[in-house]
Ligand binder design. Structure first.
Ligand code: SF4
Ligand code: SF4
Length: 339
């Protein structure tokens, strides 16, 4: 494992971090083991969020007495001053620390959110105040909109930017990353596995390691996963022609319009399990038709409740045609289940 400096924060971090969403689904004891294994294998950057349920608490418990050896990053979805203030204090308490190395404004993709955050009584006021008080060391931002992310980078307000980046979402390398480098910002990459759409970890990291100043944040929910990814960093990276062909194969199969499982479209008032249903074909290709239909029965049956109101489409940062896609997936499910 190499250690690098995260842009103008000056923080020294491992060249790969740990995105802490998956530890939500582990028991506390399992989560502690996975987090500690990551640390033992050299990972020092742990990125979570106030909204990731008990993830912050599990981090706090895993690293009792080790605070100075870690770089802890978390985020708030709150747009107002009072909400952000409360989230900062909650994160500190849950992670059992008196400072957060990197506090990020979470999922700043819409102009209205940007105005709320940076306007009077906005979240940024609370964050700047917390920084003055020593509760926060550096301020970052995360986004799913490339146009907004570039704009945020150019404001000069933030020290880091976090955005999805993998070989089927490689657009950030064209404009966002160069803009962030120009501002000497740290660059963090969420969704290194395409939000679960990419099942070849080795290929994902062959791509990512071509960008050594872009720090991937893979999520782990098993010790073997930690070992597998960290081991990749112990060998020289070589992207072979057959790797490029394999990446092209994924691009062709998934197209530009695939669901990243970010869940921003939820909840649906009709109870449609949107994310699961949007990803039905990905699940189905890994097993027999009947098994896939059985496994996805609950989510796919919920699609029948869709009234095509379009509310989810407005919330999806990728403008996916959700109701149409769900209809197609329902037809595939019916075919698989023999309905
Ligand atoms: S379009 Fe369908 S899935 Fe989307 S919010 Fe409306 S009812 Fe739910
Ligand atoms: S449909 Fe859009 S918002 Fe919903 S999980 Fe997929 S990518 Fe995210």
């Amino acid at each position: 494992m190499r250690y690098v400096i995260l842009g103008k924060t000056g923080l020294e971090i491992s060249e790969v971090g740990f995105g802490c969403i998956p530890i939500i689904r582990l028991s506390t004891a399992e989560a502690v083991l996975v987090l500690r294994r990551a640390y033992d294998r050299g990972i020092t950057l742990f990125d979570t969020a106030n909204m990731y349920l008990d993830s912050e608490e599990k981090i706090g418990l895993a690293f009792v007495g080790m605070r100075s050896r870690l770089v802890l990053a978390t985020k708030t979805l709150k747009r107002d001053r009072a909400g952000a203030e409360a989230d900062i204090d909650l994160s500190l308490q849950r992670m059992r620390t008196d400072y957060i190395d990197l506090f990020q404004i979470h999922q700043l993709s819409m102009e209205s959110d940007y105005q709320a955050v940076t306007g009077p009584d906005g979240a940024l006021e609370a964050i700047l105040r917390a920084k003055q008080a020593g509760k926060i060391r550096h301020i970052g931002v995360t986004s799913h909109s490339i146009e907004m992310a570039v704009k945020l980078v150019k404001t000069g307000l933030f020290s880091t930017v976090q955005f999805p980046f993998n070989f089927i979402e490689s657009k950030p390398a064209e404009e966002l990353h160069p803009a962030a480098r120009q501002e000497k910002m740290g660059i963090l990459a969420m969704k290194p596995f395409g939000g679960g759409a990419l099942d070849n970890g080795e290929l994902c990291f062959k791509f990512l390691r071509q960008f050594p100043d872009v720090i991937p944040l893979p999520g782990f929910d098993a010790l073997e996963q930690v070992d597998q990814i960290v081991s990749l960093y112990e060998i020289e990276n070589a992207v072979l022609p057959e790797d490029l062909a394999a990446m092209d194969g994924y691009r062709t199969e998934l197209g530009q319009h695939f669901c990243r499982r970010c869940e921003y479209c939820q909840p649906c008032e009709q109870g449609v399990m949107i994310t699961a249903a949007m990803n039905y074909p990905l699940v189905a290709r890994r097993m027999s038709d009947s098994k896939a239909a059985g496994l996805a029965q609950k989510s796919m049956e919920s699609v029948r409740n869709c009234t095509e109101c379009g509310e989810c489409v407005e919330r999806c940062p990728y403008d996916l045609p959700i109701p149409e896609t769900l209809k197609k997936h329902l037809a595939l499910y019916e075919q698989h289940s023999g309905a």
